[in-house]
Write a protein that binds this ligand. Sequence first.
Ligand code: NAP
Length: 477
Amino acid sequence: MSLSITLIEGDGVGPEIIQATCRVLKATGLKIDWEVCEAGQLSFKKGISSGVPAETIASLKRTKVALKGPLETPVGYGEKSANVTLRALFDTYANVRPVRCIPGIETPFSSRPIDFVIVRENLEDLYTGIEYMQTPSVAEALKLITRKGSEKIIRFAFELARAEGRKTVHCATKANILKLTEGLFKRVFEDISTDYPDIKAHHIIIDNCAHQMVVRPEMFDVIVTTNLHGDIISDLGSGLVGGLGLASAANIGREVSIFEAVHGSAPDIAGKNIVNPMALLFSAILMLRHLNEFDVAHFLEQALLYTVAVDHAFPKDLDKNSSLTTQEFADRVIGNLGKKTEFWPERTYRPLLLPALNKPVLPSSRKDLGIDVYIESELMPQELGESLTRIALPSPFELTMISNRGVRVFPVLPDLTPETTDHYRARFFLKESSNELIDKDILEFICHVGTHHRWMHIEKLSEFNNTPGFTKAQAED
Ligand code: NAP
C-alpha cells in the first residue's frame, strides 16, 4: 500500500531540499503518492491573498499529512504569512522540535549527551496577532492563553514523552510575572501531570530554562511551553546542536500535520545547489514516525547519521571546505541506506495517542465587581484622579486607583513620582450601595467619562469562585 502525502515545494531553497528529500525517501523503497501543491510566493503572485490555494487545502484535507518547503513571507504584497495561515486553518496546535547532538558535527556542545524535545504551543499567546495602537504612541498586543489550548498542548507533551520512552516533562513559563496567562498554563500543567504518574513533571521559569539549556542541557527530556517562549528557546536549542541546517519541526494537529525544516527560504543561497537538506530529511523522519513507519524512519535516520559521523560527508554550511552539492549529499545518504551507526542509542517509539480533553469546568460562582477604563490623557495623575473621582460621584462606581504602565500613580505614592505616558488605566469598583453591575450602568458611565476624556477600551473586573480574575497594579493596595 502506498502513502498519500501533500508536497509543497515552497520558495527559495524549498525546491532543492524537497527534491533531495523525495529522492532519499524513494530510495528507502517506501511507496508514496505525492500530491504536489502550491503555497507561498507563487500563490501570492497569482492574487491568492492567503497564499494558500483551495486545491492545497483540499489536498491536505484528503491526505492529512504534508511535507513542506519554506514559504517566504511577502513584503509589500499579500496579506498574512502563508505559514501562519496553514497552521491556523488546520489547527496544528503542537510544534515539535527535537534537539539532539549529532555525532560528527562539531559544536561547543558536541561531547554532551543532549537529547530533548521542545513542544511549543503553536496557535495562541501573542501569535494571535491581535494588536492595537492604544494612543498615537502606545501599542498593545493581546496575549491569549486558554485552558483548552493549554490542556491540548500539555497532554500532547506527556503523550509524546510516553511514546518516545522519555521520563521527564518540564513546563517553562513566566508565571511569576504573568500570573493569569502564564499562570493558567502552569496550573493546567499541574492538573494534567497527575494523569501521568509515570512521568516526572517539573515547572521551570522560562529565563532559567534558557540558562539551563546552555549550562546543563542534558537535564532536559521534554520541554513544553507557550508560543513565544517556544519560538525563542527552540532556536536556542537548534543553536546548541549545529544550527538551522539541521533543525527539524513538526506541526501536529488532530486531523492534519505538516512537517518542515525550521529554516526559511534562505534566498541568498537559493538555486546554488549548496543548501543543507538535513533539516528537511530529519523532518521527513518525524513524518514517517507520525505515520507509524517506525522501521523506515530508523533506516533513514541511520543512513543520515552514518553519512556525517562515519563518512564525514558534510553539506557546505557544516564544512566550508566541502565541495558536496545538495543533491550529491543526498546521493551519499542514499548510498548509505542499510548502514548502521553504533553510537546513536535507539529509542523505542510508539504511536502517539492524543487523548480526549477534559470537559470544561464552569465556575460555580462569578461576580462582576467593577471596570477598568483605559484613558488617553496628557494630564498629570493627580489632576486626572481628581477629575475621574468627580465624574464618578453621581454613578454607581467609585475610582479606587489609576495606574500607568502597570504602576499605581493615583492615589499618588508618597515620595515617588513614576514617569508616566499618555496611557492610563482607571480602576472603578461598584460602590457598596450598588449591588449588581449592569451593562446599562457601564454604558451610561462610559458615555459620561467620554464627555471629559478620550477612552480606548474597558475591561470588566470579575471574580470566579471568589478568586479575582484580574491582577493588581504594582503598589496597588
Ligand atoms: P532563513 O531563510 O532561515 O535563512 C537565514 C540564513 O541561514 C540563510 O541566509 C543561510 O545563511 C542560513 N541557512 C538557513 N537554512 C540553511 C540550510 N538549510 N543550509 C544552509 N544554510 C542555511 O531566514 P530568513 O532569511 O530570515 O528568512 C527568509 C524567508 O523565509 C523570509 O521570507 C521568512 O519569512 C521565511 N521563513 C519561512 C519559514 C517557514 O516556511 N517555516 C521559516 C522561517 C523563515 P548563510 O548562507 O549566510 O549562512
